[in-house]
Ligand binder design. Structure first.
Ligand code: ATP
Ligand code: MG
Length: 225
């Protein structure tokens, strides 16, 4: 696929945020591989510190499979901003995976918001999740209100989507009405044996025009702005 607008020379930083189990790590692994496949240098940090013996993190996935670039272990929050700047490949993308969003003022997620250009919020399209997302929307509004040095642009990805249900249409409409930017691409809920639910830890399958490929393209557009 042809790159229309490249990432600027200074690179871009993207943070992946969302409540627990919203496909952040699975999707980010695919995105890194798709960006890299398009010739964009990538690197990432896994800020989600897994418990002992826990599998399924971006870091452990990258230890056994090629995700297209280096995945760094958690970076201390106080150094995240400067380290992500240092580690961003020229003309490339540095991505930050995070643990489940918690509504904690000044919590670890705020260091991610302070470090990235683009915040990608993953959410299931339900009323409950929309209400629960209020705290991240509020956090970004707060950073803007206090004149923080860095306020990332926010985009929303609907994930675990059942296309048979109208929920994603209603949620998209409600979020758009409130002025939020919901990306076109959605991550479908799938438990197929070769599907996303079983992807972590395995070689990434790069499938043209798959949701992961389309999301990689859409986020590239966002980051070229
Ligand atoms: N598209 C999908 N459809 C159905 N299940 C999925 C999909 N993608 C991932 N899963 C499964 O859902 C669970 C959560 O996925 P994942 O670990 O990627 O989410 P996460 O947002 O990173 O979670 P956490 O907040 O714990 O870090 C895993 O068991 C994963 O295998
Ligand atoms: Mg995760």
């Amino acid at each position: 696929m042809v790159k229309k607008r490249p990432i600027p020379p200074q690179g871009r930083r993207v943070g992946v945020l969302g409540k627990g189990g919203t496909t952040k790590s699975t999707t980010l692994g695919h995105l890194l591989a798709h960006w890299s496949d398009r010739g964009i240098p990538v690197a990432a940090a896994d800020q989600d510190i897994p418990g002992d013996g826990e599998v399924g993190s971006l870091l452990t996935w990258a230890r056994t499979q090629n995700l297209g670039g280096t995945v760094h272990p958690p970076i201390p929050h106080t150094r995240l901003r400067e380290e992500t700047r240092r580690l961003t490949p020229p003309g490339g993308i540095f991505a930050v995976d995070t643990e489940a969003w918690k509504k904690v003022a000044g919590g670890p997620h705020f260091s991610v918001l302070a470090a990235v250009d683009l915040a990608v919020w993953f959410m299931q399209p339900t009323d409950t999740e929309m209400e629960r997302s209020g705290s991240v929307f509020g956090a970004i509004d707060h950073l803007t209100a206090v004149g923080a040095a860095n306020v990332p642009r926010l985009v929303i990805v609907l994930s675990m989507v059942n296309r048979q249900s109208k929920a994603h249409i209603e949620t998209r409409a409600a979020l758009t009405d409130e002025g939020y930017h919901v990306l076109e691409t959605m991550i479908p809920f799938t438990q197929a044996s070769r599907g996303y639910a079983h992807a972590v830890g395995k070689p990434v399958r790069l499938v043209d025009n798959s949701p992961m490929d389309l999301l990689a393209a859409e986020l590239l557009e966002e980051m070229s702005k």
